[in-house]
Design a protein around this ligand. Structure first.
Ligand code: HEM
Length: 946
């Protein structure tokens, strides 16, 4: 037998997924660690169980793993590397009822995930853990999960989610925003479309099956999709079948259109290549977060992790009971014994270790864990300050010392569960014991409240109540707070007690008695079954120094679940208690018994916002963030209101973070100066510096950005300690004196029509499209020469068309506020917004329904892919004209042209059709731009003269 101390640097990778030792406990990712690694058994979270096995689903045609993966993708695709906005940010919760997320998949996924969201774990972190569970359940691919994502407080922009009817050029744009090139796009689509499939319920235009799977192994995330595609045996509904006729064969467009099948054939040829590509791409998907969000290191399983540690004062204050569980990773060897060696409050090492007994086992995808419980009574005057865990594996003993710092236990502020109670009327009484006459603690209670529709994820509302003094017990004082819960509260509250720099947090009400017990005096104590000392609670009021009736005389409040608005949820979610000043109430990071649990990392705002919470050990309070300035610095370095000749100081403004105060462009630099930011933002009206190192530019200030006290902006600039660069969520705002607003260029011969939306279900301009990283208005005009309309969109896209498709209508000018990629003095539309121009000097006349010698135009009629209205014969071709269609249908009474290139014939015009206004048939014929050939699902119908 030998003994060693566990050294917690990076260890040799015994198993593939073990890379480095886990972080020091407690960490803000502790709950996330459970979500990732505790799939089954004791204290398991149940997240992975919802997608294990991979075939699991809410009905025979639904695959939960596939729905989760698709929902994660729809959340992450909002990521835009050019603006630093979007990404995996939980915005999907606000978008579950949009057209882009039609069907039940997103709604059901978000509702399932909502159960795992807490003040410590954001929805977007849960989505990352869920993606890990999907890839592990459906394949051997293992991605690393980091924590610290911040949830969006509103829906992202529309138009980011690829639609099957889009052209490959549009797909390119959409994936390029995520930073993916053609190869990445093909890999991403192939890796996603290998589980699940297409449902008739959501896409009747693509399949008539309840579930048309992408490949023959829909419950395995493997390369069958690529193999079958390359072999020509594929039944992928986005490659073959009815999607071809109505141009919804998007997988084909992606695989073949991007690089002529080069990437997909490499994925087909080698399973390992496929697995590696998917691992990289899914990793990218979950790590794509808005700029400013700081992710933690990858979460790895702790070798040893404490749970539910609790000290309880008993026996008239003479003893302290120490209870809890310790989890040991047993993958590395069977565990035969676990003991706790501990140091007392006076830093003396206790001679007798604390014994534990087996409590249960749990497992994850790779690891097994054994839980051991303990309960021991310690003298109150020596108590405990930290412990190590000594684990016996077979004949070897390892001591785990939490990366050298021991597992810390604070006994200065203790929650007293036996003296607390929740009666049947919803009256909660919480009692705490506070050592050595410290200040009165605060009770902080968190409840989940509904968010604004349609978001099904509740937000967390925090209420802080000062606790009132009750009595003294030994070296402790007892404090109490009383509050009443409305019966409408659906989920039990969670609470914590904060005093000075320490806290005792994450307490639940489920185990509370309906009446509060008194704390017995030493003479009344009975012997405990626990190891080293005796003591217990008795409920007799005789000799008790504290009764529940006395508690109810203390400060009380009522908590009811109120629907929170956007700002409500942000305010209530931030960690500083509301009813007391933050200096008194914010828990300190130096606390020993995890105040971080209440200081929610999940709700800490990115970068600049995180500093507000840096006192509460949130993830983003990393050492790379600049230190706050000293008070001397802040008073002596107030920026001059005049700025310089090039810019003028406007004041200190609030930055709501999501969206930012200024959204045009951003930049981060540890050496930030005001001049640097001014230069970086030279093409914007406003610029501002924040949090010492951040620079933001924009032409408009967010309406939520209100002016703040100048003293709020007090952080010195990283690159110039004598100047001020904002503060946490505070931006030092400047106007750029030399800036001249972008103008719509006067294009000789063109009339600027304004800012227009895209068409409904179709692009507004259909004839041609281009994308160029140096796009300008002039370039687009020249690309569209000879075509009446052109429009620039989303900075670098260009569209041409002979007519404007239905649904494309004027929008506020401010919607077209993106600068052209190739000329920052011009506007090039916006997301789904066209800056539209018409060739006024030499317009091609609008397309017409040409007069025919032996037939007469009847009008514009509805049609649909699943119920055609002319059913006898059809053709299509890029040279389609009205005459060609008439010739093709010569033997039939009716003919009709549709979607520019399609032609349908029939002797009967089915009664399911309806005649609609002429404007709905606005597409030019592919073979003759001066003629009308219907539109999407619209037929230009002709009847043969009798
Ligand atoms: C050109 C890009 C893409 C288009 C046009 C597209 C379109 C679609 C469509 C129409 C469906 C069928 C939905 C239904 O009927 O339930 C679907 C399903 C799915 N998509 Fe995509 N998708 C694209 C890219 C991706 C990517 C990159 C992923 C990566 C995660 C992904 C993951 C999935 C999954 C897992 C399903 C199956 C859902 C289920 O079975 O419930 N898709 N996609």
């Amino acid at each position: 037998m030998y003994t060693k101390t566990f050294i917690t640097a990076c260890l040799l990778a015994i198993r593939q997924h073990v890379v480095c030792a886990a972080s020091t406990w407690p960490a803000p990712t502790d709950e996330l660690e459970d979500l990732i690694f505790l799939s089954t058994g004791y204290r398991s979270t149940g997240l992975a169980g919802l997608v294990t096995p991979c075939s699991k689903g809410l009905s025979s045609s639904r695959v939960t793993a596939a729905e989760w993966l698709r929902t994660a993708f729809h959340d992450a695709i909002s990521g835009n590397i050019f603006t630093g906005l979007g990404g995996l940010d939980g915005s999907i919760a606000w978008e579950i009822d949009t057209l882009e997320n039609e069907g039940v998949f997103a709604d059901d996924s978000v509702k399932a995930w909502a159960n795992f969201v807490s003040d410590q774990t954001s929805l977007s972190d849960v989505i990352a853990a869920a993606t890990y569970a999907v890839t592990r359940s459906c394949s051997n691919i293992s991605i690393a999960v980091r924590g610290g994502r911040v949830d969006a407080t509103q829906a992202g922009p529309v138009g980011f989610v690829p639609q099957p009817q889009n052209a490959v050029t549009i797909f390119r744009n959409q994936f390029a925003r995520m930073g993916l090139d053609d190869q990445g796009m093909v890999q991403f689509v192939a890796c996603g479309h290998t589980i699940g499939g297409v449902h008739v319920a959501d896409h009747p235009e693509i399949t008539d099956k309840a579930l048309a799977t992408f490949d023959k192994t829909p419950y395995s995330l493997d390369n069958s999709i690529a193999v079958e595609y390359m072999q020509g045996t594929t039944n992928n509904p986005l490659v073959v079948g009815q999607s071809v006729a109505n141009r919804r064969n998007s997988d084909f467009k992606v695989f073949s259109g991007a690089d002529r099948n080069v990437t997909i054939s490499a994925l087909a040829a080698d399973r390992e290549v496929f697995d590696n590509a998917c691992k990289t791409i899914f990793q990218k998907m979950i790590d794509q977060v808005p700029s400013g969000v700081v992710l933690s290191d990858p979460v790895t399983p702790y070798e040893v992790k404490p749970y539910g540690l609790q000290l309880t004062l008993l026996d008239g204050g003479s003893k302290i009971r120490f209870t809890g569980d310790v989890r040991v990773r047993s993958t590395r060897g069977a565990v035969s014994q676990v003991q706790l060696t501990y140091t007392d409050r006076n830093r003396a090492v206790a001679q007798t270790p604390i014994d534990t007994t087996a409590k249960g086992i749990a497992a994850g995808f790779d690891d097994s864990f054994d839980f051991f419980g303990f309960s021991t009574d310690l003298p109150a005057d020596t108590s405990i300050s930290s412990f190590n865990v000594v684990v016996t594996y077979g004949d070897s003993i390892t001591t785990f010392d939490n990366n050298g710092s021991g597992f810390q236990v604070q006994d200065a502020v203790i929650y007293q569960a036996p003296q607390s109670c929740l009666n049947s009327d919803g009256q909660l009484t919480v009692v705490a014991a506070v050592r050595d006459a410290q200040d009165a603690p605060n009770l902080q209670v968190m409840i989940k409240v509904p968010q604004a529709s349609p978001n099904p994820v509740p937000s967390i509302s925090t209420t802080t109540i000062p606790m009132a003094t009750q009595s003294a017990v030994g070296s402790y004082g007892l404090y109490a707070a009383n509050l009443a819960f409305s019966p409408d509260i659906k989920q039990p509250p969670v609470f914590g007690i904060f005093g000075g720099s320490v806290a005792d947090t994450r307490k639940g009400v489920s185990d509370l008695a309906t009446s509060c017990a008194t704390l017995a005096t030493p003479t009344q104590s009975s012997s405990s079954s626990s190891s080293s000392a005796s003591g217990d609670f008795i409920t007799s009021s005789a000799g008790g120094n504290f009764t529940s009736s006395s508690i109810s005389a203390s400060a009380s409040s009522v908590i009811t679940p109120t629907p929170s608005t956007l700002s409500d949820s942000m305010t209530s979610s931030t960690s500083a208690p509301e009813s007391v000043s933050s200096s008194e109430s914010t828990p300190s990071s130096s606390s020993e018994l995890t105040p971080s649990s209440v200081s929610s990392s999940s709700i800490s705002a990115p970068a600049s916002a995180s500093s507000t919470e840096s006192t509460s050990s949130s993830i983003s309070s990393s050492s790379s963030n600049p230190e706050p300035p000293s008070s001397t610095a802040s008073t002596s370095t107030t920026p001059s209101p005049t700025g310089s000749a090039d810019y003028a100081f406007e004041g200190c403004y609030y930055d709501p973070v999501n969206p930012r105060a200024l959204t045009g462009k951003n930049d981060y630099n540890d050496e930030m100066t005001i001049d640097l930011c001014a230069t970086s933002c030279s093409q914007f009206h406003y610029f501002g510096v924040e949090y010492g190192r951040e620079c933001y530019c924009g032409n408009e200030l967010n309406s939520l950005s209100t002016s703040q006290s100048l003293t709020d902006c007090a952080m010195p600039c990283g690159g110039s300690s004598t100047r001020i660069c904002g503060g946490p969520q505070r931006i030092s705002l400047y106007t750029n004196s030399k800036y001249s607003a972008p103008v719509e260029p006067s294009m000789p011969g063109y009339e600027y029509k304004g800012c227009y939306s895209e068409g409904s279900n179709t692009r507004a301009l259909l004839t041609k499209s281009f994308n160029a990283p140096d796009m300008t208005v002039e370039q687009c005009a020249s690309l569209c020469t000879g075509i009446p309309y052109f429009g620039v969109e989303y900075s670098q896209e260009c569209y041409c068309g002979t007519t404007l498709q239905s649904g494309s209508v004027p929008q506020p000018a401010s919607d077209c506020n993106m600068l052209c990629a190739g000329n920052k003095t011009q506007y090039c539309g916006g997301p789904n917004r066209l800056s539209l121009y018409l060739d006024a000097a030499n317009p091609v006349s609008s397309p017409m329904n040409p007069p025919m010698s032996d037939s007469t135009y009847q009008g514009c009629y509805t049609d649909s892919v699943n119920a055609r209205v002319l059913i006898d014969l059809w053709t299509s071709g890029s040279d389609m004209t009205v005459q060609k269609c008439a010739n093709f249908c010569a033997r039939y009474a009716y003919f009709g042209t549709e979607y520019s290139a399609e032609c349908y014939c029939g002797d009967v015009l089915k009664s399911s059709t309806t005649k609609v206004e002429e404007a709905q048939c606005g597409m030019s014929c592919a073979g003759n731009m001066s003629q009308v050939c219907g539109s999407g699902d619209r037929l230009s119908v002709y009847l043969k003269d009798s």
